[in-house]
Design a protein around this ligand. Structure first.
Ligand SMILES: Cc1cc2nc3c(=O)[nH]c(=O)nc-3n(C[C@H](O)[C@H](O)[C@H](O)COP(=O)(O)OP(=O)(O)OC[C@H]3O[C@@H](n4cnc5c(N)ncnc54)[C@H](O)[C@@H]3O)c2cc1C
Length: 466
């Protein structure tokens, strides 16, 4: 059901976050244009797509189990393994798009080059080909795993070997042949563990080192015979009690990291973003991966570590994470210095009620479910079923939520937007109920939504191209 009063929206990006947004808006009859710079949908999961932004490597399997990944109204095929390969995740997203008729709505190979908000709150969008368009609301779904973060400041000294960021790693032969090389992987996140595990067997790298400033607790994919991410958090039970139970299970099933030859973490379990690998601890325990401390300096053909050790290295793979950037915004208007961008309910920047960030979070389980719920939340808002609280309450809620979701994590650019999934969903549901009451009291409805339509009809790019 469409309504002439509903705002016209623009969606930037057709990765998973853009896809669930397009679906949520379609379900509510909210009009939108949807731009994707690549020639296909799927973002990260579209391996080697021409936008050059996918960080997927050839062997990548998603660390989220199938049961957590699939959307309730579109189950994954029954023969999908517990932890699908990236090609299966991409096929799933493409089938989802086709099944819900979203393939007809996306405009591919069209970059949003510039987005600015005028004094009336209307979004003025400039596309890569120079066309300009106007919208009442803007969804930012441009992903946050594409702008490689290199160590800042750079380590002292000069390295004469090859250096790549994990973002460009594809397989042991691409972009460099790593056979018989002395390779150093820097970092202990999920990509670092996958890449180190792939390269360390003796027929590939000559020697594989991993450098880390601090140890991490590593989760296996299966715990007590079930996918490890199946564990649920209950909003009505004290979180500290639930975490204590989790720590006991982990201790019994996995044991201590140092017993595998891994560095002892300087924080407790659940105080860093989860890392998952079945192979990494066993390769360390077998001596195929050699752990080293953080880096002190680079020195020609060698790397010097904080404990004074020195190793000759041919190739460094920096697995040092990503920067959150929005190239289409003026940096003075919106940016995320040190990866920080406080948002109301991790979606809305106070003071800009018609701008929505979808999937800009670091979830405890999966971004798929988070983005889906966020998109549905905003669609309800745009359809007049919800209205935001006042600015002071938004800002206060951000502080409370950050305390709840993030205070237990150690300080790092990795931990600026953590969300405990089940707790977050409960909070979104409550907020929707509270905002629904506010909307009814203020007389908002589908016919009179809080973000009204002001813009003229844009000619849809897809239609114009037909
Ligand atoms: C190696 C790796 C492993 C991961 N493993 C998991 C996992 O196990 N579980 C999990 O839940 N998540 C995982 N993730 C996180 C992953 O980012 C999310 O699963 C999800 O793909 C994010 O979707 P997105 O749409 O937000 O971003 P993306 O997938 O990055 O999609 C963004 C899209 O926006 C487009 N775009 C960007 N800018 C513009 C513009 N200006 N104009 C037009 N189009 C634009 C891009 O071309 C892209 O298609 C992993 C990420 C990586 C890199």
């Amino acid at each position: 059901m469409t309504s002439n009063a509903l705002p016209r929206c623009c969606i930037i990006g057709a990765g998973m976050s853009g896809i669930v947004t397009a679906k949520a808006l379609t379900e509510r009859g909210i009009p939108f244009d949807w731009f994707e710079m690549s020639d296909r949908v799927g973002g990260v999961w579209a391996f080697e797509n021409p936008n050059g932004r996918s960080a997927a490597y050839r062997s990548l399997h998603i660390d989220t189990s199938k049961g957590q990944l699939e959307f309730a109204d579109f189950p994954m095929p029954a023969d999908t393994p517990h932890y699908p390969h990236h090609t299966q995740v991409h096929t799933y997203l493409q089938s989802y798009v086709n099944h819900f008729g979203l393939d007809k709505k996306v405009t591919l190979q069209t970059e949003v080059a510039d987005a600015r908000r005028d004094d009336q709150g209307t979004w003025r969008i400039r596309l890569g080909d120079g066309q300009t368009r106007s919208y009442d609301a803007l969804f930012v779904c441009n992903g946050h795993h594409w702008d490689a973060r290199w160590p800042e400041p750079a380590y002292p000294g000069k390295f004469e070997g090859v250096q790549i960021h994990a973002h460009s790693y594809r397989d042991p032969f691409t972009p460099h042949d790593l056979r018989n090389k002395r390779v150093l992987v820097v970092g202990m996140g999920n990509s670092a563990m996958d890449i180190a595990s792939e390269l360390c067997p003796r027929h590939i790298a000559q020697k594989l080192f991993v450098s880390t400033r601090r140890g991490q607790h590593i989760f296996p994919r299966f715990l007590l015979g079930k996918p490890a991410d199946k564990g649920k958090l209950y909003p009505w039970l004290p979180l500290s009690l639930q975490r204590t139970c989790g720590r006991i299970v982990y201790k019994l099933a996995v044991g201590r990291m140092e017993d595998y030859g891994l560095p002892k973490p300087d924080h407790r379990l659940f105080e860093s973003h989860g890392t998952t690998s079945d192979t990494f601890p066993s390769y360390v325990s077998a001596g195929d991966i050699t752990m080293r401390t953080g880096i002190r300096a680079l020195d020609g053909d060698s790397v010097v570590f904080e404990d004074g050790r020195r190793e000759k290295i041919d190739v460094i793979i920096w697995s040092t994470g990503y920067k959150i950037t929005f190239p289409f915004f003026d940096e003075t208007f919106i940016s995320a210095p040190s990866n920080k961008l406080p948002l109301f309910k991790r979606i809305i920047k106070p003071g800009i009620p018609n701008l929505f960030f979808i999937g800009l979070a670091q979830p405890s389980v999966t971004l798929f479910a988070i983005a889906d719920r966020q998109a549905k939340f905003v669609a309800a808002y745009l359809a007049g079923e919800y209205v935001l609280p006042g600015l002071d309450e938004q800002k206060h809620t951000i502080l409370l939520d950050e305390k709840r979701h993030m205070s237990r994590y150690y300080k790092s650019a990795r931990h600026t937007m953590q969300l405990d999934q089940d707790i977050y969903f409960d909070e979104l549901d409550r907020e929707l109920r509270k905002g629904g009451k506010r909307a009814r009291a203020l007389g908002f409805s589908r016919a009179r939504p809080p973000i009204p339509r002001r813009t003229e009809e844009n000619v849809r790019v897809a239609e114009a191209a037909e």
